[in-house]
Design a protein around this ligand. Sequence first.
Ligand code: 8X3
Length: 244
Amino acid sequence: MKTALITGVTAGIGEACTRRFVAHGWRVIGTGRRGDRLKRLADELGEPFTPIELDMRDQEAVVEVGAGLPSVDLLINNAGYATEAVPLQDADLDPIRGMIETNIVGLVTLTRTLLPRLIERKGAVINLSSVAATYPYRGGCNYAGTKAFVRQFSLGLRCDLQGTGVRVTSIEPGMVETEFTVVRNGGDQAASDAFYAGADPMTADDIAASIWWIATLPAHLNINVLELMPVNQSWAGFAVHRSA
Ligand code: 8X3
């Protein structure tokens, strides 16, 4: 039985991946911050699912969890979030630090801790980046910066793992309707609904299907980067400030 470690399984893409991999006969070890949701998922999925309560900002806990795991075939570094999209000059630093600790430091720590056991299995790492890694927008410099890190970390990790057989992918979705935008707006469901209204955004399951495809490709084939958007999302032009 193949085993995947998936971070951030209590909602959205992580939860959709968990359901998809379990449905295909994998064992999933899933981490998340919300114990009640982990328990609900464990009650529903039963024996193939092992829940672990973990806050990716807590680096000691990340090392402890990573070091206690068995060999795994796949690490999906999904846990991550965006702080409110306000210009840096108006933003509070504490939430930004928390995001950087989760999206970057936690991801690197868990990956480093687990790599020897991924190498044993000639496994794979799939990292959740974002279109924000490539296309800047106002209020997103820190979030986009973390996701650009994730992409470049993924490409560089391929170099480090040359010859080990371990595959690494950066997957970079645009609008996916999940709790992402509720979190970004401090719990404001109406703001999230307005953001996705009429856009026919991607679903968590669209991304889980792509991750399943990447994970089950022949072992000699590596998807380096995969960028996805809903058809209704594209790019705006340059912003130009003009003096009066
Ligand atoms: C977030 C992507 O397009 O919702 O990672 O800003 S988008």
